[in-house]
Design a protein around this ligand. Structure first.
Ligand SMILES: [Zn+2]
Length: 275
C-alpha cells in the first residue's frame, strides 16, 4: 500500500504535470471507483481546470476551479499516469481524464480498491473520511499535547494504535515498524503503558521517517511507482520492515516477524521490549 510519503510524491508529480490543465473529457470504466453518482461526477468534473493538488494523510485532493475537489485514495495498488500514449491505457485503467494539452491523466488500479469522491472544497473538513483523521506527521497539529491523549486512551498494542488513522494519520505498516524500532518499543506494548519520552520519540521518529521517505522517493517494497514511473529507494533505509532474519542495525540480534493485530510486524526482540 502506498504510504504517506509515496502519496506526497505522487502529489508533487501531479502538480508538475497537470496543475493548471483543463479537463476536456472524463471516462469512468469501473463504476465502483466513484463513491456517489457516476454521471454526476463526470458532469461536474468535465470542463473544469485543475487549480491545485493537495493531500491529507493518504488522500490526494485534486482541487478544481468550480469549487469541487476530487478526493482520491489509492488504497493498495492505485496509480496515476500522465501520458499522451494510448498504449498506456489498458484493462486496469479505470478512469481517464483527457487534458487540454492532449495528454491523459490515467488512473490504473490492478486490485480495484482505490476510490474517488467528489466533494465541495469549502466543506472538505466535514467529509466523513477526512473528518475522522488524527493529526499527521510534519503538520502543525502534530504536537505532544495533541498526540499523547490520543495514544494513551488505548489499552491495545501500540502497533495497532499507531496504524489507527483516527489516532494519528499517515503512517502505514512499513513506517510504524520503523518508528517502533527507532523508539525501542515492542509492537505489543499496551499503548497506555507508554511514558512521555516514548510519546516524544514516536512524534520525533514519525516526523523523521516521513521526511526520509519523501526524500528517498518513497518505498518500493510493494509495486509502488510514482506518477512519472520512477521507483523509490526507501527500502535501502529500512531497519525493521522486511528485514526478518537479518541482524538488527543496533545490536545484531536477528529481526523477527510476528503478527500483531493481524498485520505482519517486524521488530528486534532484544532492543524492543514490552513495557
Ligand atoms: Zn536490536
Amino acid at each position: 500500500m502506498p504510504e504517506m510519503p509515496e502519496v506526497e510524491i505522487v502529489k508533487r508529480g501531479l502538480i508538475s504535470q497537470i496543475k493548471g490543465r483543463k479537463i476536456t473529457n472524463v471516462e469512468v470504466r469501473y463504476q465502483n471507483l466513484i463513491t456517489g453518482d457516476v454521471p454526476q461526477f463526470i458532469d461536474i468534473v468535465t470542463g473544469t481546470t485543475i487549480e491545485d493538488i493537495g493531500r491529507r494523510a493518504k488522500f490526494l485532493l485534486i482541487h478544481l476551479d468550480n469549487g469541487y475537489t476530487i478526493i482520491s485514495h489509492l488504497r493498495m495498488e492505485g496509480k496515476y499516469r500522465v501520458s499522451a500514449d494510448p498504449a498506456m491505457i489498458d484493462k486496469h485503467s479505470h478512469a481517464i481524464f483527457t487534458l487540454d494539452n492532449g495528454q491523459k491523466l490515467i488512473y490504473n488500479d490492478v486490485r480495484k480498491f482505490g476510490r474517488m469522491q467528489l466533494w465541495k472544497t469549502a466543506d472538505l473538513a466535514n467529509n466523513k473520511s477526512i473528518a475522522k483523521l488524527g493529526p499527521e506527521p510534519l503538520s502543525d497539529a502534530f504536537t505532544f499535547d495533541a498526540v499523547k491523549p490520543r495514544i494513551m486512551r488505548h489499552r491495545k498494542d501500540i502497533k495497532t494504535v499507531l496504524l489507527d488513522q483516527s489516532v494519528m494519520s499517515g503512517l502505514g505498516n512499513i513506517y510504524v515498524d520503523e518508528v517502533l524500532w527507532n523508539a525501542k518499543l515492542h509492537p505489543e506494548t499496551p499503548a497506555n503503558h507508554l511514558n512521555d519520552d516514548d510519546i516524544r520519540n514516536i512524534i520525533k521518529y514519525s516526523n523523521e521517517e516521513m521526511t526520509m521517505g519523501i526524500d528517498a522517493g518513497g518505498s518500493t517494497v510493494r509495486s509502488y511507482l510514482d506518477s512519472t514511473g520512477h521507483a523509490g529507494h526507501m527500502q535501502d533505509f529500512l531497519h525493521a520492515y522486511d528485514r526478518e532474519g537479518t541482524p538488527c542495525d543496533r545490536c545484531g540480534t536477528e529481526i523477527e516477524k510476528i503478527k500483531v493485530g493481524g498485520r505482519g510486524t517486524h521488530f528486534c526482540p532484544h532492543c524492543q521490549v514490552v513495557k
